[in-house]
Design a protein around this ligand. Structure first.
Ligand code: DAH
Length: 338
């Protein structure tokens, strides 16, 4: 019986010194293994007088049970400690900032995406067309013959006599109408080119062209569409105003003004005291253009508009000079990052 108590106390102090699973396993062999302390003790039972054997055997078994449960307790503890140690040692610091600065969308792209998404939600399909265009699609198909004074409105970069850099996205109206018959609801987003450069003109800029052709389209449909875009871009109280204008490819043509988002229409330096800002050109598609593209103008009509993307971005973000968009100054571009 003394021996049992002795083994128990030796075991208690040894197990508390075990620091690894390996050491614990060795201890287990020492006590519970084939020639371990407890096994030897159990074997010594035969040397006892018969009447003492059952009590002795029972006590040894109780001790075995105790040792086994302490082994598994300690083993669990050591596994936990091991896990904690590894978590500490193998930790990856995901907060480390990369030396590569994060990119962001260009303000022109932001506005392009925003307007396109609104129009796509209204059922417009998005097309793109060639930046190097023929005189035919850029001008003639749009009711601007070679001798037409309206050609002066757009300072054109010519590649040859009949090939040029498109001066607007309108040629996609003609290209699309030649292929697809009404109902048509499309936009074309992209770069356009003009030989012009100052604080509000750039030789390359971006436009979004819109075209709807169907039966019984009215100026009200055009106005509703533009009001929806304007209120999403500049706030729901933004008003849309049409002024008579002229484009050879629309009849009637309108110049579209928005109530100034800066002063709410009271008059400020942005709107030059008028309360209105001119943003785009639009109108009802000229029947000549429909007929040029093989669409029966007695049956169908439509509206079109051309939005200058930079112009909208300049108003929305308060940018005073169009050249800032193309200089790629990080201090300017960073302001549009998320
Ligand atoms: N293409 C014209 C320009 O660049 C803008 C424009 C005006 C487009 C009226 C249109 C429109 O579709 O209907 O100056």
């Amino acid at each position: 019986m003394d021996k049992i108590a002795e083994i128990k106390s030796a075991f208690d102090s040894e197990i508390s010194l075990c620091e690894t699973l390996q050491e614990l396993q060795e201890l287990k062999v020492k006590y519970l293994g084939k020639s371990g302390e407890l096994t030897v003790l159990l074997k010594s039972i035969k040397d006892l007088p018969a009447e003492e054997r059952p009590t002795f055997g029972a006590k040894v078994n109780v001790l075995r049970g105790e040792l086994e449960s302490e082994f598994s307790k300690r083993s669990e503890q050591l596994k936990q400690m091991e896990m904690q140690r590894r978590l500490q040692e193998e930790r990856v610091d995901i907060s480390l900032t990369s030396s590569q600065p994060l990119g962001a969308l260009h303000p022109v792209t932001l506005i392009e995406n925003q307007i396109s998404e609104l129009l796509v939600a209204m059922g417009f399909e998005v097309l793109s067309g060639p930046e190097i265009e023929t005189d035919y699609y850029n001008f003639q198909a749009l009711n601007i013959p070679s001798d037409h004074p309206a050609r002066d409105m757009q300072d054109t970069f010519y590649v040859t006599d009949s090939i040029l850099l498109r001066t607007h996205t309108s040629p996609m109206q003609a290209r699309h109408m030649e292929k697809k018959k009404p109902p048509i609801k499309m936009i074309c987003v992209g770069k356009v080119f003009r030989s012009d450069s100052d604080a509000s003109h750039s030789p390359v800029f971006h436009q979004i062209e819109g075209l709807v052709v169907d039966k019984n389209i009215t100026l009200c449909d055009l106005k509703g569409t533009l009001e929806y875009i304007a209120s999403n871009l500049f706030g729901k109280d933004t008003k849309v105003r049409f002024r008579p204008s002229f484009f050879p490819f629309t009849e009637p043509s309108v110049e579209v003004d928005l109530s100034c988002s800066n002063c709410g229409g009271k008059g400020c330096s942005l709107c030059k005291g008028t309360g209105w800002i001119e943003v785009l050109g639009a109108g009802m598609v000229n029947p000549f253009v429909l007929e040029n593209c093989g669409i029966d103008s007695k049956k169908y009509n439509g509206y079109a508009f051309g939005i200058g993307v930079e112009r909208i971005a300049m108003i929305k973000y308060g940018i005073p000079d169009i050249r800032l968009f193309y200089e790629n100054d990080q201090r300017f571009l960073k302001q549009f990052g998320k």
